[in-house]
Write a protein that binds this ligand. Structure first.
Ligand code: URA
Length: 230
């Protein structure tokens, strides 16, 4: 995190006041005066303001049940954002680890730990995500094999990774994918001439949404944070 942001996060100072204090030589990092507000500091950096040690910024991790109509964005003029559902200090410092479409509901993870979210969203991470879904048309039984082989999607150079489809009834299924391509689930069903009309994310890696009601959120436990980063 940038030094001015770090100070604004862990003190009552605004970002402007933090910059002023840095310029005035009032801030030290690891014992040396730091005059560059853009200096990158680690979450556990030893930062002092006017000789007073500042509490290290500890990373935060939340799960949230995204309701329909709410957007996975930090700002939006028209719609409620997932960040606005969080009643926590300095929520602007959080980011979303794996976005959902406006009409998709379910599990969203928010954190200010970029390394952790990278381990969930990076293509190489192959982190499984499970969705419950309903389609406009019945899903033929052979779709299970098609998805298992890996589909080709328009404008994607490579075949998708194998996906596990479990049919629940004619138009309802559970799908597990290990990638997170743009509108991936809807595009997969589009590619076989069907349309997803309801989509809900139940699980990311080892983490399940559980009993959280739409719009509710909670902090992750240390075990959950560690399990997703494994
Ligand atoms: N796939 C989609 O098409 N939409 C989502 O919101 C998530 C996965």
């Amino acid at each position: 995190m940038r030094l001015d942001k770090f100070i604004a996060t862990v003190t009552d100072l605004s970002r402007t006041d933090a910059k002023r204090a840095i310029k005035a030589g009032e801030v030290t990092v690891g014992g040396s005066v730091a005059i560059d507000a853009q200096l990158e500091v680690a979450a556990d950096a030893r930062v002092e303001l006017s000789g007073r040690p500042l509490r290290a910024a500890t990373a935060r991790y939340f799960m949230l049940h995204k309701p329909e109509g709410c957007v996975c964005a930090t700002k939006d003029r028209q719609h409620l954002t997932v960040l606005e559902l969080l009643d926590v200090d300095n929520r602007e410092s959080l980011h979303i680890a794996g976005r959902l479409d406006i009409d998709t509901t379910g599990l969203v993870l928010l954190t200010d730990d970029g390394q952790w979210s990278h381990r969930i969203t990076a293509p190489k991470a192959h982190c499984d995500k499970t969705y419950w879904l309903q389609t406009a048309e019945p899903i033929p039984a052979e779709t299970v094999k098609q998805f298992e082989r890996g589909l080709f999607l328009h404008s994607e150079k490579e075949r998708l990774k194998p996906a596990q489809l479990e049919l629940i009834d004619a138009v309802t299924a559970r799908l597990t994918i290990s990638e997170g391509k743009y509108h991936q689930v809807k595009r997969m069903f589009g590619a076989i001439g069907n349309a997803v009309i309801k989509l809900h994310r139940e699980r990311i890696g080892a983490l399940e949404l559980g009993a959280l009601a739409p719009g509710e959120y909670r902090a992750l436990t240390a075990a959950e944070i560690a399990a997703l980063a494994a």
